[in-house]
Every structure is written in C-alpha cells, then in structure tokens.
Design a protein around this ligand. Structure first.
Ligand SMILES: [Cu+2]
Length: 132
C-alpha cells in the first residue's frame, strides 16, 4: 500500500536529477547549423516544449554576434525560426539541441520567432526577439 507514492517520489527525484544534470552540470552543446556572424559573443539558450518557448522574449544589442541554442525539452519535434532574419534551426528532435549564429541588425526592432511545425505557433510556440 502507498507504494505508488514511493514510486512517484522516485520518478520526481529522477526527473529533477536529470533536469539538473542537463541544465547545470552538463549544459547542452549546440551544433551550429547557420553561421553568418563570425565568432558569437552573446549566447542565448532557449528551451522548446509543448507548446512554448522559454524564454519567450529575447533581447540582444544592435550588431551583436549572437548564437541562439535551442534545446528541445519536449516529446515531439520543434524548431526555432525567425522568418524576418532567415534564421532556422530546422527540426530538432526531442532531447536534442541545435544552434543558429547571426549578427543582429544594426537597427532596433522586434522580430517574431516561432516553431515551424504546423500548428505549433498557433498553440503558443511564438516569441519576440528584440534588437535594441
Ligand atoms: Cu514546435
């Protein structure tokens, strides 16, 4: 009896330990798929899951050389895509990471990013990349 509570606690501890390991002990190593900006000087980590990005707003300085690394913490494919800047990680498998390198525009502005999987943006996988 109450065995399920013990099982639940073990699952929670295991999940928490895995989360800590992935995020703090062994940060994901991104694989650049797009390189337009030379050596990046600003590194931004974004996590995708069903159906949101964390963080959902990113701010970078004008002209900064940026690497955005997407970690897929969900259970289906996701992407990080900014149509206006021609940035796209392509589809990233659950548990995998991918990066895009770019040089931020020299003018301030806001750009929407989204997941390119059909329907995911409508379900909430959108965010704002602000250049200031
Ligand atoms: Cu998605």
């Amino acid at each position: 009896m109450k065995k399920w509570i013990l099982v639940l606690v073990i699952i929670i501890l295991a999940a928490g330990g895995y989360y800590w390991y992935k995020n703090y002990y062994a940060p994901a190593q991104g694989t650049p798929v797009t390189s337009t900006g030379g050596n990046p000087e600003v590194f931004v980590n974004v996590e995708a899951r069903e159906y949101s990005f964390t963080p959902s707003s990113i701010t970078v300085s004008k002209g900064a050389r940026v690497r955005i690394t997407l970690t897929n913490g969900g259970t289906v494919y996701h992407s990080f895509t900014v149509d206006a800047l021609s940035l796209d990680t392509g589809l990233v498998a659950p548990g995998s990471t991918a990066s895009v390198d770019f040089t931020a525009p020299q003018t301030a502005g806001s750009y929407q990013f989204h997941c390119s999987v059909v329907g995911h943006a409508d379900l909430g996988m959108v965010g704002t990349l602000t250049v200031k």
